[in-house]
Design a protein around this ligand. Sequence first.
Ligand SMILES: Cc1ncc(COP(=O)(O)O)c(C=O)c1O
Length: 493
Amino acid sequence: MQHLFQVDPAGDTPLHRQVYEGLRSAILSGRLKSGDRLPATRALAGQLALSRSTIADAYEQLQAEGYILGRHGSGTYVAPDLPHNGLQPESRGYASSTAAPGLSRWGRRIATPEFSALLRPREEVWYPYDFRPHRIAQDEFPWDAWRSSVERALTSDRSRLFTYPPAAGHPDLRRAIAEHVAGYRAVSCTPNQIVIVNGTQQGLNLLVQLLLESGDRVAVEDPGYPAARLSFESRSLAISPVAVDHDGMIVSRLADLGPHRMVHVTPSHQDPTGATLSLPRRLALLEIAARHGMLVVEDDYDSEFRYEGRPVESLQGLDRNGLVVYAGTFSKSVLAGLRIGFLVVPDALSEPIVDAKALWDSGAPILEQAALAQFMLSGQYERHIRRMRRLYRIRRDALLGALADEFGERATVGERHGGINLLVTLDLALTEEEIVRRAASEGIGLRGASRYFRTPPAGPTFLLGFAQPDPATIRDGIRRLRRLVDDRSVARG
Ligand SMILES: Cc1ncc(COP(=O)(O)O)c(C=O)c1O
């Protein structure tokens, strides 16, 4: 037996487990064959210089799993009926399997390098100067208030943890959201129209699944949110990119392109330009929707943070035909790791969307929902948003000031009245990738914005997040960035 496997008495793995794994591997690889006789426990213990009970433990486990059989009085054998071609040479599980299962058409699509590059940039890298977009102020998060919300949820909702959650979401959270969006965004709805989802991303995927057939025409903003476009692309839909200017999507272009089944828009704060969709365009969009029965997905991902001017009423509040789905998220206003967002759907969709959610994942985790409901109903949520709005305004001003001081005319900054990112184009003879790479090596986190554009912008363009770093870090980071790009050894040509 020693030639079949070895044990390491000094190793971390318990000895009985090593014997079990050694024999199992010998059987799976065919080195021990069906019907082969194993040594008696005493004999193997002697060969391996182990105790007999160690060998007996290993045999017992192998027998329980069906690899070996003990025949009373005549010893222990490798089970007779193991299918020969089910055995794999030295297999250690799925990771080493060479025969990957065939992917569906959808699977093949999302496995392409283009999708992977966009879906997997969520690297856990820490940068001392972090300007990556969509990141909130970690240093100012109200942990005490959040902790007491979680504790209250553990008491009030303990019994809910024993059963599957309601697929539409926690009733208290739906109620709190309905009140919040009515007050803040003039969304008109009842709690019954609210479905809790695992972030906007899931909401969008559910709508695509529920409402669209492959080949259907859908429209997106250009530049626009890459993840929305990918949801559509993954389902083989015909996508019309519609240009954006300082008033948001140029809706007349959408009209020129003919009927579409769905359009994804970010009217409060266009992602990435920051533009607000003007009222005439909002009305024109609703008119097109009514004419063609087109569903408008109003993605209101960061409208809590508006620093100048009054927020424009939501499209949903203007809609009279039940053709707008309002999508909200807590990824910016509370924590992205919660994965909680919501859809406000027209009455006609409220049952099918809940069924779709139930089929997808049997409902969102209840403890997080209960804690968030406590956070909202206790008034902490509004307090937190008000504080962050003041804080982010100061940080935005710090970034604008630093860009002006360091880059002057060489930095073109997009709309700046809200959100937590600024779209910035630098007039430099360096590519976006070179700047991102060089910056990363100096501890500056940047994200290039070309992924948002169908036709890449003229110069290197970045979506700079300003909510996470404090003002001193912002100024220092932008100064370092300017030195880095002005360094002759780095500059191209
Ligand atoms: C346009 C847009 N929608 C939605 C989200 C948030 O998505 P989720 O709720 O899935 O975190 C973001 C944030 O990155 C965004 O930019």
